[in-house]
Design a protein around this ligand. Structure first.
Ligand code: MG
Ligand code: ZN
Length: 240
């Protein structure tokens, strides 16, 4: 009789456990996985960059241009998050990029656990840069650390210059704001000055870069920035 266990449903925990904010605990679990990813990247000397923006701001196009310009210099891997399709990974593969699609099945952001699952199946040997193209959304991706070194928010000239104050958390948690589709600036009521001021009001440390994947303006600076960061990451690995 002493060996008969009580059914699980009738077991009580001892003392008191108050689970008051489930969302907060889910985010803590995410952060734990993100730290594991960050350590893995540090051990491998891989620069990891999380690219976020609204839908249609040019994330995939920027990835295509980055691969075209840097594929002979660096080994670049790209994880692409999308709700349903594999179109973006296909677009990156078309220009010779090493891309893996993460289909989230309707989830509007990437979580660290999804990145962990994806990199488990990847060969990271020799990879210099791991880009993560997040799901197009300026809201909840701000809450999910993926273990990245840098979070970069793209804001296109076509979507308006009012985004930093409307989505402050995204700009607060980003190291850089990239203004994309800069070739269209002469035709649109978009103020580079205003968007920079608003972004810096939210986050005084944010770097700002404007570029166009179509005209190529700003892409040299973008590639130079990446080269500097790859060097820093490799140096950090060498001394550790
Ligand atoms: Mg895309
Ligand atoms: Zn979401």
């Amino acid at each position: 009789m002493g060996n008969v266990k009580a059914p699980k449903s009738s077991r009580n925990s001892r003392g008191t456990v108050a689970c008051d904010n489930t969302t907060m605990h889910l985010l803590q679990a995410n952060d734990f996985v993100a730290e594991t990813i960050r350590k893995r990247m540090a051990d491998n000397g891989i620069l990891m960059i999380n690219i976020v923006s609204s839908a249609g701001s040019g994330k995939t196009t920027l990835m295509q241009e980055t691969v075209k310009r840097l594929k002979d210099k660096y080994n670049i891997a790209i994880l692409v998050g999308d709700l349903e399709t594999e179109r973006d990974a296909d677009r990156i593969k078309e220009v010779g990029g090493n891309a893996l699609q993460i289909v989230t099945g309707g989830i509007c952001h990437l979580e660290a656990q999804m990145i962990w699952q994806a990199i488990e199946g990847m060969n990271l040997e020799g990879v210099d840069i791991l880009f993560v193209e997040n799901v197009g959304n300026l809201v909840c991706p701000a809450s999910f650390d993926l273990g990245e070194d840098y979070r970069i928010t793209l804001i296109s000239t076509t979507e308006g210059d009012d985004k930093p104050k409307k989505y402050p958390k995204m700009f607060l948690t980003s190291e850089m704001m990239v203004v994309s589709k800069a070739d269209l600036l002469p035709y649109l009521p978009f103020s580079l000055e205003l968007v920079t001021k608003d972004a810096m009001d939210v986050n005084p440390d944010i770097e700002v870069l404007s570029l166009s994947s179509t005209s190529g303006e700003g892409l040299d600076e973008w590639c130079e920035w990446l080269a500097t960061k790859v060097k820093e990451k490799t140096t950090a690995k060498a001394v550790s």
